[in-house]
Design a protein around this ligand. Sequence first.
Ligand code: A3D
Length: 321
Amino acid sequence: MSRKKIALIGGGQIGGVLAQMIAQKELADVVLFDIVEDLPQGKTLDIAEASRIDGFDVSLKGTNEYKDVEGADLIIVTAGLPRKPGMSRDDLLTTNAKIMKQVAEGVKEHAPNAISIIISNPLDAMVTLYQKVTGFPHHKVIGQAGVLDSSRFSTFIAWELNVSVKDINAMVLGGHGDTMVPIIRYANVNGIPVMELLEKKYKSADKAKEVMAAMVQRTKMAGGEVVKLLKTGSAFYSPASAAVAMAEAILKDQRRIMPACAYLKGEFGVDGYYVGVPAALGEKGVESVMEFSLDEEETAALSKSIDAVKTLVVDMERLGF
Ligand code: A3D
């Protein structure tokens, strides 16, 4: 069996960690592409030189030429500017849309059969644009946001309950912006509702709600919290981990259910937009969207989030993309 090939478009902070993680897991051969001369070559050389220590056998190639992505099974796009303190993800729209258009044209020409995972922000708009420019089937173009947002939510719950994060199941749906929707009702610790455990801990339903509301708020603002601390860029370890989990599900046809930015055709009452929803990820990309009933509050929150996605997409189209 020949090895799989992943092409990473963007060799910055996330791109570098992605290359290292993929190599360490021996998930696939890696091509790291960036427009900055020598940067991807330097990073892949550095990672390859750890292969004896980490014990991995994959090929790592840094490049400034799109022809090297040829034959890629999977593309992961991180090309684009990250946020600086005080910026919202949406502030990146014009700059990153120009970059995303170039990237999409390059991939379309050289790796037309690949499945693509997009990470660049503003996420929902960038996924939409990439699909539009490439014309790739919707199920083969997926955005990474929900896996990370859900992991952030799970981490805060684990800290609060002082239990292993491995036993937390919690998901965040909707757009990857301040209106994202952490689903409280289904957050659980090995099946036990988190709200019930919080009520027991605090012996008060009101206090439990207050603690949960604070975790929800921290989840929504978690990206900004890291940006404020780093000062020169945004989160990069955790977004890379999230995309690798998705890549593994796809390349190994695992059909894992992950919150992913997927194209909806009527599910959750949305038609024709990319939105974060639970999706089964396998060899075809999005194999299916796992639709479930939302209560009134969740429906209202999701529709607000979808409105924010739509506004962003309309703004992008007005800018000529
Ligand atoms: P950074 O370290 O700046 O890397 C971006 C790389 O893109 C740089 O090396 C650039 O040289 C490269 N680049 C610029 N233009 C092009 C081009 N036309 N073609 C190819 N490469 C190009 O940023 P980062 O890695 O920290 O973040 C990358 C993107 O991910 C940003 O847009 C972030 O906002 C976004 N991000 C998304 C999440 C999500 O969960 C969705 C989380 C964190 C960051």
